[in-house]
Design a protein around this ligand. Structure first.
Ligand code: ARG
Length: 463
């Protein structure tokens, strides 16, 4: 039997694997990222097999000790990964057998690489989800703290990127926070469906050994064993679900990035990003570029691409396991690293944003952002809204011509357009009056922003 190329399955083969095919079908170069979770799954499997007396306690102990040694080699970086052994699973099992002899070959009793790999990805992804959630929490805390600090800072609110009405900077930041709160809900919901145990499904139909899948599930912290063995080994919709969460999150981070880029431009000049988050130009000495938000905006595309890739990977696969599934890993891994990096960039950067309150205020003033307040004032004095709209439109045209904001006009100037206007109009024409008047839940008034920040903090703490 010296023609065998792979001792795990070479028995029925009469010629060695083509060298290119061996390389083409191997996954160890990327799936070694699952190594520690593969060992975690094997420990639980061996423990369960001993519990149901398929392995002796001595065999179990030999396997557990051997796995400890293998893990130590992997952690020390001395493990010798072999492409000839195809994937992470066979590399680890072969090394275990080198160390403990024939008992190592018993580990795979009642198990297949099909349920093994499905278990490994879920264990791995569950840990990654928990660290993504922690980073998301850190970013949200930063936004809430900044919003609280900037609850009174007035800036123009935009529609169509044209000045619309004054808002507070804190209110704007809490809008970002709301987007992320929904993303975090999506992430935690996805985790529930990740946290189900495939192991025990074996290749596709289950196994003849008297396994106890509840024991394995409990040892690994899964909520329950997967209900159907065919589904358990073939389904990857949990990876699609994670990547879909990641796509929506990156869409949100990309929108925030776009605003940060605009705000740091000389034309807006609303904020300053500290130098450590920016880079310069090799030719233009004056430049300070917001590369970090730009790159986050750019990385959104690759995550969308991974989502489309995974959906397409799964769309025509017949039950149960197919080798196609090996292609689930690289998109998932890359989506994860991208999400982790982008969240870290934002969580580090947000607390360092410096608002240029004077510039924001001046932009709100210049844009006639209190025009709606004047119209509302006229409506309160009995003018029909359409007429009020026309009156204010004429006042704005006058202001543009004279270079004056509404609040800078004299009473006589304003009364040219309507005699319903009196001295008390100036209280509603100021930026402070305008934001303070929107004093209901969800509104931009500084007191509402502070209350909303407090509620957001409580919601985060309750997660
Ligand atoms: N490397 C494989 C994967 O990632 C492991 C499962 C292989 N199973 C098989 N029967 N070839 O999907």
């Amino acid at each position: 039997t010296n023609h065998r190329t792979n001792q795990s399955w070479g028995g029925r083969f009469s010629e060695p694997t083509d060298a290119f095919v061996a390389r083409f079908t191997a996954s160890v170069d990327f799936d070694r990222r699952l190594a520690l979770h593969d060992i975690q799954g094997s420990r639980a499997h061996a423990t369960m097999l001993a519990r149901v007396e398929v392995l002796t306690e001595a065999e179990r102990d030999a396997i557990l000790e051997g796995l400890d040694e293998v893990q130590a080699e992997i952690e020390a970086g001395t493990f010798d990964w072999s492409v000839a052994l195809e994937d992470v699973h066979m590399n680890i099992e072969a090394r275990l057998t080198d160390k403990i002899g024939i008992t190592g070959k018993k580990l795979h009793t009642g198990r297949s690489r099909n349920d093994q790999v499905a278990t490994d990805i879920r264990l791995f992804l569950r840990d990654e989800i928990d660290s993504v959630a922690a980073e998301l929490t850190r970013l949200r805390e930063g936004l809430i703290a900044l919003a609280d600090r900037e609850a009174d800072t007035i800036m123009p609110g935009f529609t169509h990127l044209q000045t619309a009405q004054p808002v507070t900077f804190g209110h704007h930041l809490l809008a970002w926070q709301e987007m992320l709160a929904r993303d975090q809900e999506r992430l935690l919901d996805c985790r529930k469906r990740v946290n189900v145990l495939p192991l025990g499904a074996a290749a596709l139909a289950g196994t003849t050994y008297p396994i106890d899948r509840h024991v394995t599930a409990e040892l690994l912290g899964f909520d329950r064993p997967a209900e159907n063995s065919l589904d358990a080994v073939s389904d990857r919709d949990f990876a699609i679900e994670f990547t879909s969460f990641a796509s929506v999150l990156l869409m949100h981070l990309s929108r925030m990035s776009e605003e940060l880029v605009l705000w740091t431009s000389a034309q807006f000049d609303f904020i300053d990003l500290p130098d450590r988050f920016c880079t310069g130009s090799s030719i233009m000495p004056q430049k300070k570029n917001p590369d970090v938000p730009e790159l986050v905006r750019g990385k959104t595309g690759r995550v969308y691409g991974h989502l489309m890739g995974l959906l397409t990977l799964m769309k025509s696969q017949p039950l149960a396991y197919n080798k196609d599934n090996q292609e689930d890993k690289e998109p998932l891994f890359d989506a994860l690293s991208t999400v982790q990096d982008c969240l870290k960039a934002f969580a580090d950067m947000v607390p360092a944003i410096e608002a240029k309150a004077d510039n924001m205020r001046e932009a709100a003033r210049k844009g006639f952002s209190t025009a709606t307040d004047l119209a509302d004032y006229l409506v309160c004095r009995g003018v029909a809204f359409r007429d009020a709209h026309e009156i204010v439109g004429q006042s704005v045209a006058f202001g543009i011509k004279e270079g004056k904001d509404l609040s800078e006009m004299s009473l006589e100037e304003l009364r040219q357009f309507s005699d319903a206007i009196d001295e008390d109009v100036f209280a509603v024409l100021t930026l402070e009056g305008s934001v303070a008047a929107r004093n209901h839940i969800g509104g931009t008034a500084p007191d509402q922003v502070r209350a909303a920040a407090q509620r957001a903090r409580e919601a985060l703490a309750a997660l």
